[in-house]
Design a protein around this ligand. Structure first.
Ligand code: IPE
Ligand code: IPE
Ligand code: MG
Length: 249
């Protein structure tokens, strides 16, 4: 894209009011494939291209944090062949994106149960997180084997353990201490949560963290989600009046 095309595409988008964290529930790969009489796996493959486009757009615009819900704790209950295909796709995606991440100063991080992922995925994710740890551009945060309830249970156990050891007094537990014991401890709460494919639900994603996120649901199926629609949603976000329970004067 040349610079005049890009300035046209982004016109109307204010740099000052950009969300610092965008979280996306990437849904609809299966339906995309079904509509075309294809296998669900083909939908996931196509979905990976949409992921690339959204990462690129986020980086170009200057969004600091992008969290993508790629695999939930509930998704383990899908047919084994689909889970295996998703894990293989993840490996393929990460390998192919490694160079791009270094060239564009993207830092990879993840939230979720890394220990439940296949050994090969764990090693690869860990090695790219190590490789990119000093990159200071976009932070790409993948939610893998992520479930908000499991994350909350883990946090409660960590705090209870500290209390048992006498390191903290339960009465002095604060919201900040809760947040500090979640996977997202070093990432700001999402300003904007997008869900594709029209479902009006959260599906166990970032329950604590989205307390005041702006929500946008689009009917577009994830493989069809692209740059233009993403920018349109960012513009819509910039028009929202975020009151945080207060009264705007
Ligand atoms: C989202 O697409 C990808 C994952 C959950 C891994 P789906 O696979 O959920 O697609 P639909 O919702 O069945 O269309
Ligand atoms: C949410 O999509 C999880 C991810 C996008 C990874 P699902 O397709 O798993 O959620 P439900 O079943 O529609 O709630
Ligand atoms: Mg789905």
């Amino acid at each position: 894209m040349n610079s005049s095309q890009s300035s046209q595409l982004y016109s109307g988008l204010s740099k000052e009011k950009l969300p610092s964290h965008v979280a996306i529930i990437m849904d609809g790969n299966g339906r995309w494939a079904k509509k075309r009489l294809m296998n669900r796996i083909n939908g996931h493959e196509k979905g990976a291209d949409a992921v690339r486009a959204i990462i690129e757009t986020s980086r170009e615009i200057g969004i600091s944090n992008l969290t993508l819900y790629a695999f939930s704790t509930e998704n383990w209950q899908r047919p084994r062949a689909e889970v295996e295909a998703l894990m293989s796709l993840l490996i393929k995606f990460l390998k192919s994106e490694q160079k791009n991440m270094m060239e564009n100063s993207i830092r990879l991080s993840m939230i979720g149960q890394i220990e439940r992922l296949p050994e090969k995925v764990q090693t690869l994710v860990q090695s790219i997180m190590d490789l990119t740890k000093d990159n200071n551009g976009l932070r790409l945060n993948l939610a893998l084997s992520y479930g908000s309830r499991a994350e909350i249970v883990r946090m409660v156990r960590m705090l209870a353990e500290k209390a048992k050891k006498g390191l903290i007094d339960p009465i002095s537990i604060t919201e900040n201490m809760v947040a500090d014991n979640l996977y997202t401890r070093d990432i700001p709460d999402p300003d904007l949560l997008i869900r594709t494919s029209g479902e009006m639900r959260i599906s166990n994603f970032l329950l604590w963290q989205i307390a005041y996120s702006e929500i946008y649901v689009t009917d577009t199926l994830w493989p069809d989600f692209g740059k233009d629609e993403f920018i349109g949603i960012l513009k819509e976000y910039q028009k929202r009046d975020r009151r945080f329970g207060k009264v705007n004067t």
